[in-house]
Every structure is written in structure tokens, then in C-alpha cells.
Design a protein around this ligand. Sequence first.
Ligand SMILES: *Cc1c(COP(=O)(O)O)cnc(C)c1O
Length: 333
Amino acid sequence: MDLTRFPRRRYTGYATPIEKLERFSAVLGGPDIYMKRDDLLGLADGGNKTRKLEFLLADALTKGADTVITCGAVQSNHCRLTAAAAAKEGLKCQLVLEERVPNSYDKDAGGNNLLFHLLGVEQIHVVDGGSDMGAEINKVAAGLKAQGRRPYVIPGGGSNEIGSLGYVACAQEMLQQLFEMGLPLDYIIVTSGSAGTHAGILTGISGQNARIAVIGIGINRPKGPQRETVFGLCCRLARKLGLKTPPTKEEVIVLDDYIGAGYSRPTEEMVAAVKLLARTEAILLDPVYTGKAMAGLIDLIQKGYFDSSQNILFLHTGGSTALHAYTGLFLDK
Ligand SMILES: *Cc1c(COP(=O)(O)O)cnc(C)c1O
């Protein structure tokens, strides 16, 4: 696959490391677990959105934009990294935040909310949970256009076929690293939210004819609709890349057993997973995405889903900034 045809900015000057989680794997007593450290990507507290924004901001600059607008939840990592990328490019940034949990917006909150301010977001618009977020961001864009500005709209999570190219690039980077390490992988475990990461990795792996199963662990939607979303994005991405065949529907694996009461609602297993990784590897997960995905991986290992001779890679998509907005969950009583 040739990604050089797509304009790209660079926000990370190195390939993120793949580390073997020795102590964590030993405690679980199952297969060897490796981690791709995409929590070490560039921008402010980098994470998976950094890779998507490399392609999205390049597109915005190509189109002559002066402002980027995006949306997310009140502690959105995507909104924080969009604000960071905009700052780095000298563009203005406006955010539309959805109060998915009633009254969850706290203008004085720490975590990502603090960083929205620190990174110089021009305006924050808060809307009720269940709002049509696409319509809300378009409304903000229309207002700016009426003032003669040139807004560029980035969808939630940066998950369109432009942003998802970042994870096709990650699949390429990863296969090269695995080759150099002499490490044949059996599974990749990834959080599946707005789906750009899952779809990008799967399309990139499948487009390079690698036989590695990709398991997406859902954090908001039931697996039926989530699989449709991932598959639809894989097809659009494959078309953009000019691939002869997109991944098949059967290759889109989504588990929805670890969501708990809903998006961003904590589960006991999430808290245990975050603590276990911190205490065995000194690596910080996050409460909304990777903590639940890791709770899923731990459960699968405990249920004997994997053979102990297999190699599993967990893609760490970042997000630990949000821990600072959920401190009560993690303080030992
Ligand atoms: C956005 C996000 C995800 C989910 O990625 P999608 O591409 O939206 O599916 C996972 N982990 C973290 C930390 C995120 O911020």
C-alpha cells in the first residue's frame, strides 16, 4: 500500500515501541502479551487521535482552513488532541461537547477539560446528550463561514476515511517492527469506539495480507451496529486506498461484553485492569477506553480464549489524561 499520495503532517518523530509485558503476562499466566505504545505518540499527551490528525490537519491545510471544529464527550481525548494539533499548526479550534452523562460537564474539571483551556481552544459549545453531533458541528461551521472564516470540520473521533489512514500507516509501521523483532503475532486487541482505529488497523493488516486476527473491544455500542460501522468504514477506506479487496465482514470481530452500564460509566473490572497494569508495568491506561479493553483482554485470557503459545498485542491508544478527572475511582480506600 502506498500512502505517499495522501498529504500528511508529522506529529511523532519515531515509531512507537512494541514492548513485551513480562510481569503483567506472568501474573495472568496465559500467552505472552505485547503492547504497541501509541500512548507515547506526539502532541499534548498523545494517543491514537494523533495519528488520525496527521492526515486530517494536512487535509485542512491543503483546503486553506483557518479554524478546525470537532466534537466529543466532555472528557474527550480526541478534542484535546485536535486542539493540540490546531495549536501546532497555528489554526483556531472550537469544540462541541456532548453531555452524554447528564450534568457531566464541569467547566472547572481537570483532565482533558483543563487542557482544552491550556491549549487555547477559542470556544467550547456544550450540547445535551443524544444531540445530532454532526448537525451541531455544521451549525458552528456555518456561523464561522458567515463571518468570513474558513472552518474545517472533523467528525467525532476523527473517524472518516482520511483520519483512519493514520491507522493504516500504523499497521505498516507495526508489521515492519514485528518483522525486525522476529515476532509472529496471532491477535491484535484494540478498543473499538468511533471505529477509525479498528477499521484502519484491520484494513492495513488485511491489505498487507498479514494473517493476524484483530479483536475490537466495544466501549459504547452493541456489537451488531458496531460491526456495521467498522465494516462500512473498512470498505470506504479500501476504496480510497485502491485495494482490490476490503476486509470481509467475518474479519470484523467486535466484543461488547465489557461496556458495563454505558459509555464512560466505570466498571469494577476496568478499575482492576488499570490498577494491575500500573502495578506490574508502570503503564497508565484510561477509564473510558483502554481500561475496559484491557478488562476484556484479561477476561479472555482467564476464560482460556487463547493458547498459551500464542502472541497477543494490545494496542494502547492513550487517554491517561482522563484519569485526573476520575480520581475518586482509583484512590485506595
Ligand atoms: C478515541 C479513543 C479510542 C477509540 O478509538 P476510535 O478510533 O474512536 O474507535 C480508544 N482509546 C482512546 C484513549 C481514545 O481516546
